[in-house]
Ligand binder design. Structure first.
Ligand code: BF8
Ligand code: SF4
Length: 630
């Protein structure tokens, strides 16, 4: 029955049956073996920060151990654990950005990395007061990259990007004393403050975590997006296909999985290299088929139209098709189980980053300095593996769906320009969007982001929420694995306009966009910050005054916690479909779901039922509309 399906997608059940038949263990077997999760961990009241512990305190007031050995209460322990999740998430996104900054610093006219968007570089140079006049574009790029790299560790001052936020928002941050300083410093501050014998005040802990999260959203993540656009090109809308049906029986299939576009961009170049294509022909393949997964999939689809194999939870299922020559990964969201799963097939599991080696994988280190050669060596491994397929184990599901991906803020503005009467309004702004929001043609906007989580039926929440929102004239933008879920469900196509309410339908037709808009990878949630802030600026209000919500229906990563907190700190409500490990502290839970609104004008909402969660969003959107219209 429907209820028993592990995901929304019926092909997954076919592949899981195949796994069972072939004796391959998947995440669902391990989930079963895991039995009931630890209640203390689940509620955030387990502390193993020092060796006097681990201490587990009772989540129930007045019952059982109320304090850890050092005297830390449930409030302290929960708040510290939460802050550490924020710091870990911030480190992942920001370290990714640091690598892109290094790549930009080594960009050259004749190398593998060039400057693809000079206009965007010049704008950023101007914003950062880097001289541009009479200088070679590469000199400018190198200096901008240095300024970017200094954002990580500068000893004085605050970050540069927060100045992009609406003025009232910046004022709130100043008053709360949460304007982020250097990115690495904010992460270090959380690690320090959460260590034994430091912060033991939940609200103060949260403020420190908020500042760190802002160093992610208005720091590392934003840098990741901006510099990637400059070096790899600012995304433009393009047609692609999504789901495991994009794998090709007669081609070398390479699954690109991970996050950092400096690897995946080089792999795209390598796979198109005549020498490599010739090699593929020599081994009897009709070509090389790249298929993306997780955020790397988003990065390459929005810049090259590379097809989307699937979302996070499908990483093992992709290998089960028996037609993947290599899974090439860099960092983040990579299951260590890819070692045993790939060993059941001919598939090579190739790790490339010293930050994410996996036992049993083939490690071919990717060096940015020799990017193309390095990528060619990796792709060559895949091509040479084509002949080793086990014919009897091949099964490619037929399912694939058309999708449009690659809406950068610039691309969105370009679409909006279609309806601007240039005699009345200037082109190149989000004013048409602000106008339809104000008029109520669109009731609101939602950013639906994040992962898959076996605590939910995969993709069911993503898709149910998206459908219900667009039917209610709420436009949806999406990133990360949520975006890929949308692609697979057909919501990123113009056909999906028929599922939208009348207002949204009219807007989609006028502006020529789908009702659900692909904005990129998880670092690209900063594109959402940019659009929302631009709309707020135009309307002369703050982000928290707009009928806009952030939603993470199936989140699982620490990165999502870091994002959630910077979104709320930026004045946008966040709706979670998976409960974060904070319920062991009533006080801290109350801060996140209530009190934080007094500070930032936004708060967290949690409900594991996607329909109820959507009703909560719609109610909140109308509540904000009422205030806005007053
Ligand atoms: O950064 S949505 S499962 S892939 S964490 Fe991971 Fe979650 Fe996917 Fe990208 Ni984001
Ligand atoms: Fe226990 Fe305190 Fe040590 Fe945590 S920091 S493990 S609560 S003694």
């Amino acid at each position: 029955s429907e209820e028993k399906m592990i995901s929304l997608d019926s092909i997954d059940d076919q592949l899981i049956k195949k796994a069972e038949a072939e004796g391959v263990e998947t995440m669902w077997d391990r989930k079963k073996a895991m039995k009931t999760p630890c209640g203390f961990g689940e509620q955030g009241v387990c502390c193993r920060i020092c060796a006097m512990g681990p201490c587990r305190v009772s989540p129930v007031e007045g019952k059982g151990a109320q304090r850890g050995i050092c005297g830390a209460t449930a409030d302290t322990i929960v708040a510290r654990n939460f802050a550490r999740m924020v710091a870990a998430g911030t480190s992942a996104h920001s370290d990714h950005a640091r690598d892109i900054a290094h790549v930009m610093h080594m960009a050259s006219r004749d190398g593998a990395y060039n400057i693809k968007d000079e206009k965007k570089l010049l704008a950023l140079a101007e914003e950062w007061e880097v001289k541009t006049e009479g200088r070679d574009i590469y000199d400018i790029a190198h200096e901008v990259a240095e300024v970017a790299l200094n954002e990580f560790g500068k000893p004085f001052g605050t970050l540069r990007f927060p100045k992009r936020a609406p003025a009232p928002r910046q004022k709130i941050w100043e008053e709360l004393d949460i304007v982020p300083r250097a990115i690495d410093r904010e992460i270090a501050t959380v690690m320090h403050s959460t260590s034994i014998g430091c912060t033991a005040d939940a609200e103060s802990m949260l403020r420190i975590a908020m500042r760190t999260s802002l160093s992610n959203g208005w720091g590392g993540s934003m840098m990741g997006t901006e510099l990637s656009d400059i070096v790899f090109g600012t995304p433009t809308p393009r047609m692609t296909e999504a789901n495991l049906g994009v794998l090709e029986e007669n081609q070398v299939n390479i699954l690109l999985h991970g996050h950092d576009p400096s690897l995946s961009e080089a792999v795209v170049l390598a796979a198109n290299d005549p020498e490599i294509i010739k090699l593929a022909e020599e081994v009897g393949a009709e070509g090389i088929n790249l298929a993306g997964m997780c955020c790397t999939g988003n990065e390459v689809t929005m810049r090259h139209g590379v097809k989307i194999a699937g979302t996070f939870y499908q990483q093992e299922l992709a290998v089960l098709t028996g037609v993947i020559e290599a899974v090439i990964v860099d960092v983040q969201c990579i299951f260590p189980s890819l070692t045993p799963v790939t060993s059941c097939y001919h598939t090579k599991f190739i790790t490339t980053s010293p930050k994410a080696k996996v036992e049993g994988a083939t490690h071919i280190e990717f060096h940015e300095v020799t990017a193309l050669e390095s990528a060619k060596a990796i792709v060559r491994e895949a091509v040479l593996n084509y002949g080793n397929r086990k014919k009897e184990k091949i099964f490619i599901p037929e399912s694939k769906t058309q999708a449009i991906t690659g809406y950068s803020v610039e691309a969105v503005v370009k679409q909006l320009d279609r309806v601007v009467n240039s005699h009345i309004d200037p082109q190149g702004t989000v004013k048409p969007l602000a106008d339809v929001l104000k008029a109520g043609v669109l009731r609101g906007a939602a950013g639906i982001v994040g992962c898959n989580n076996p605590k939910t039926r995969h993709e069911y929440s993503h898709i149910e929420i998206m459908k219900k929102l667009i039917a209610n004239d709420v436009i949806v933008v999406t990133t990360g694995c949520a975006a890929q879920a949308a692609a697979k469900a057909g919501l990123l196509s113009k056909d999906a306009v028929k599922l939208a309410g009348k207002g949204l339908q009219a807007v989609c037709e006028l502006v020529d966009i789908p009702p659900v808009i692909h904005l990129g990878s998880c670092v690209d949630n900063t594109r959402i910050l940019k659009i929302v802030s631009a709309v707020a600026d135009l309307m002369g209000v703050d982000n928290c005054d707009l009928p806009v919500v952030g939603v993470a229906p199936e989140w699982m990563s620490e990165k999502a916690v870091g994002i959630g907190l910077y979104v709320v700190s930026s004045g946008i409500d966040v709706f979670l479909g998976v409960t974060p490990p904070v319920t062991g502290s009533k006080h801290f839970t109350d801060i996140l779901t209530n009190k934080i609104e007094d500070m930032t004008g936004a708060k967290f909402f949690v409900n594991t039922n996607p329909h109820e969660l959507t009703d909560m969003m719609l109610a909140r959107i109308e509540e904000k509309r009422t205030k806005l219209e007053q």
